[in-house]
Design a protein around this ligand. Structure first.
Ligand code: 15L
Length: 271
């Protein structure tokens, strides 16, 4: 059975993927917080992403990596820099040194959040990050491209929308991904023969999508779940909500409108 290192395994996506991937791989779970509920086929491994020596140790005997670690929402620059940018670099570098080629990177829709919801974008569109967090995901994706081109790594970047049991609001009707659909993409990233560098969108079969996920479908993705099944209930719940015009117009939602300066020329800049 393949041994797979899962960074950030104590987070929400990690919890879903642990359930979905159970029995398929031996999962070496790492996080800053010790994971104490390891089941059969799982073990905890200490690997702070900011500590290159520990990360290298955690990769011994590993066949592939699911990199979920780091900040999964907006944060201050220092935190994002250390956890997401330096952390991702440390992981890729340790993987190169240990000869671990296959990496599935949990990128995010926030790498593309400044696109309008009227636009349908695909894996070839240029990034438009909506936050320091989104910017760190653009860095992580490009880091993968560099390690593929220069060192022969094999990388799948999944721009995850929102993973949950069900979509939680109108925005998520476009970007939701069920745990089993996310697991399908992760398995493709770990097991597809001849993978070099691919970018796919992490969403289920969503009628209201803003993304053309042709690249994932070309690679064999066959999503099982559809957000539309929840649409009438969610839209009825939200009917009459005033909302935030900018967040409601652009794909990244409140990640776009947070700290947004409507008229930079006239704004008094604060530190
Ligand atoms: C993300 O990238 C976050 O990790 C997640 O917490 C959600 O905020 C999600 O995006 C989203 O856009 O809904």
């Amino acid at each position: 059975m393949k041994r797979i290192l899962m960074t950030g395994a104590a987070g929400g996506a990690g919890a879903f993927l642990r359930q979905e991937l159970h029995g398929r791989y031996h999962l070496c779970l790492s996080d800053r917080i010790e994971i104490t509920d390891c089941g059969p086929g799982e073990s905890f491994v200490e690997a702070d992403l900011e500590d290159p020596v520990l990360i290298r140790k955690s990769l011994s005997g590993v066949d592939g990596i699911i990199h979920l670690g780091g900040y999964s929402v907006e944060g201050d620059w220092h935190s994002i820099l250390n956890a997401n940018i330096i952390g991702a670099y440390n992981l890729y570098e340790a993987a190169r040194l240990e000869g671990v080629k296959r990496i599935v990177f949990a990128s995010s829709n926030h790498a593309m959040g400044f696109y309008d919801r009227n636009e349908t974008i695909n894996h070839t569109d240029v990034p438009r990050p909506d936050s320091r967090y989104g910017l760190s995901k653009v860095f992580g994706e490009s880091l993968g491209q560099l390690y593929v081109d220069k060192y022969g790594a094999e990388v799948m970047n999944i721009r995850i929308g929102n993973v949950a049991e069900r979509p939680i609001d109108a925005r998520r009707l476009a970007i939701w991904i069920s745990p089993r659909d996310l697991a399908q993409l992760v398995i493709m990233g770990l097991e597809l023969p001849d993978l070099q560098y691919e970018v796919v969108y992490g969403m289920s079969d969503n009628k209201r999508a803003w993304w053309d996920n042709a690249n994932a479908l070309r690679l064999g993705y066959a999503p099982q779940d559809r957000s539309e099944d929840y649409a009438s209930e969610i839209l009825a719940q939200e009917a009459g909500n005033l909302g935030d015009p900018l967040a409601d117009r652009l794909q990244g939602g409140v990640f776009v409108s947070t700290e947004f300066i409507p008229n930079p020329a006239k704004a008094k800049l604060s530190e």
